[in-house]
Design a protein around this ligand. Structure first.
Ligand SMILES: [Zn+2]
Length: 240
């Protein structure tokens, strides 16, 4: 397959369908925390995470695919991106559609970037961002995932000595508290190199393994942590 053909919306719908056919039960990050606490995770679990880095419009396409397939996911939303305004007329409609479809919405955090650029306390930025997102959508977010941007700073660093529960949250996307600890205990598959898949087995990268989701689900990993980005996918060509 031409490498970019794996990243059409049609292809990701087929690949997610392949995971369902292999018996994977999809869930949001919050439902994963609850299932883990209750000791009731399915034999084949797929935690379905979406980071909205650049395009809410494309996120709507992914949500529509999830809806057609009857699965749920967690969508992490940025609040300070140059690329989109979550409160623009169309994007707010999209976020309401995602919410009303029963998907989880979380905050795609850039609080370390904010603290340096604005000379403000990162914890204050986080509290304000959680309040704003909750108020905007009438929700109570349960999780945060840190965005890897272009500042050279690592938004994950904030969590080195801070617990999600200190902010009324259940989890951070890569946190290693026993309640979550997903990245290091799962088979993690991501499209974060754009038109190339990468994977980590229990937190260790399989450097040469560029197999797609569709190929990995044949392997029967009991717990898959899938991270995809709406911006990666397209109908006709990458730059549409
Ligand atoms: Zn991101």
């Amino acid at each position: 397959m031409n490498p970019t053909e794996q990243f059409t919306f049609e292809s990701i719908e087929r690949q997610l369908g392949a995971a369902i056919a292999q018996g994977y039960e999809f869930m949001t990050c919050a439902r994963y925390v609850a299932g883990k606490a209750a000791g009731s995770l399915p034999e084949r679990t797929l935690v379905n995470r979406v980071d909205i880095d650049f395009s809410c419009t494309k996120a709507r396409e992914l949500a529509a695919i999830f809806n057609r397939l009857g699965v749920k996911g967690t969508f992490f939303v940025r609040l300070h991106a140059k690329e989109y305004n979550p409160f623009s007329f169309e994007n707010y409609r999209v976020l309401k559609f995602i919410r009303d479809s029963g998907h989880e919405i979380g905050y795609h955090s850039e609080i370390v970037d904010q603290s340096v650029i604005w000379d403000e306390d990162a914890a204050d930025c986080l509290r304000r961002d959680i309040d704003v997102l909750n108020r905007m959508l009438g929700i109570h977010i349960q999780g945060v995932a840190s965005h890897g941007g272009m500042t050279g700073l690592n938004n994950l660093d904030f969590w080195k000595d801070t617990l999600p529960s200190d902010f009324g949250l259940l989890y951070e996307g890569y946190d290693t508290t026993p309640e979550f600890d997903l990245f290091n205990t799962s088979f993690y598959i991501s499209d974060s190199e754009w038109t190339r898949w990468k994977c980590y087995d229990n937190g260790v990268q399989r450097a040469d393994d560029r197999r797609s989701l569709e190929e990995h689900v044949q392997g029967g990993h009991p717990l898959i942590y899938l991270l995809i980005h709406p911006d990666t996918y397209f109908q006709g060509h990458f730059y549409e």
